[in-house]
Design a protein around this ligand. Structure first.
Ligand code: FNR
Length: 183
């Protein structure tokens, strides 16, 4: 059966560069890997009062995370950190206390931004959160991409051969890393 990767994209924007990046990376993976983009735009803001009776959408997210073999976070940088929508989703799936749905699942962290930092600071904050949530994250290669004209072509494919090769290198390492946890 397939190795299931839950993808969390930290942008709700329709033409999100990060969603394009996620799709581009997925196309570089072998056929025994499948990728599910988890919905985070319809979640309520986390409220600890939920913990006695978790809202259906929050439980749905937890179930989807639980069903995954691995995680892939593809996130923009907002004000040098991760967007609130992503942190909200992470908080929701990490609770109620004692039911952290992420625990033990191998994760990858990548991103694209318009700024020259290429989401480096956002990713560093995210790695801090994931360490606490017991998600072992692939350390290298780091994927800090700056969006430039021509990075994505009209169909959302990577338009630049050097970047394509670099991302293939990331995917190969990520796939090998995930297999260590699943086989
Ligand atoms: C940004 N952007 C941004 N870029 C960056 O490199 N470092 C940053 O700290 C920030 N901060 C930031 C804050 C907020 C509130 C917004 C809306 C944007 C720009 C960001 O890289 C750009 O909007 C990307 O296009 C966001 O990614 P998506 O939505 O295209 O995936």
């Amino acid at each position: 059966s397939k190795i299931r990767v839950a993808v969390l994209v930290g942008s709700l924007r329709k033409d999100s560069f990060n969603r394009h990046l996620a799709r581009a990376v997925e196309r570089l993976a072998p056929s025994d890997f499948s990728f599910d983009h988890l919905r985070i735009d319809n979640l309520p803001l986390y409220d600890q009062d939920f913990d006695g009776h978790y809202p259906a959408e929050c439980q749905r997210l937890k179930d989807e995370v639980s069903a995954a073999d691995a995680l892939l976070f593809v996130t923009p940088e907002y004000n040098r950190s991760i967007p609130g929508v992503l942190k909200n989703a992470i908080d929701i799936a990490s609770r109620p206390w004692g039911t952290n749905s992420f625990a033990g699942k191998p994760g990858g962290v990548i991103g694209v931004s318009v700024g020259a930092t290429g989401t480096a600071l956002s990713q560093q904050h995210l790695r801090n959160v994931l360490a606490y949530l017991d998600v072992p994250t692939l350390g290298q290669p780091e994927v800090f991409i700056q969006n430039k004209e021509g990075l994505f072509d009209d169909e959302g494919h990577i338009g630049n051969e050097g970047t394509q090769k670099f991302l293939q290198g990331f995917v190969d390492r990520y796939v090998a890393w995930v297999r260590r946890f699943t086989s």
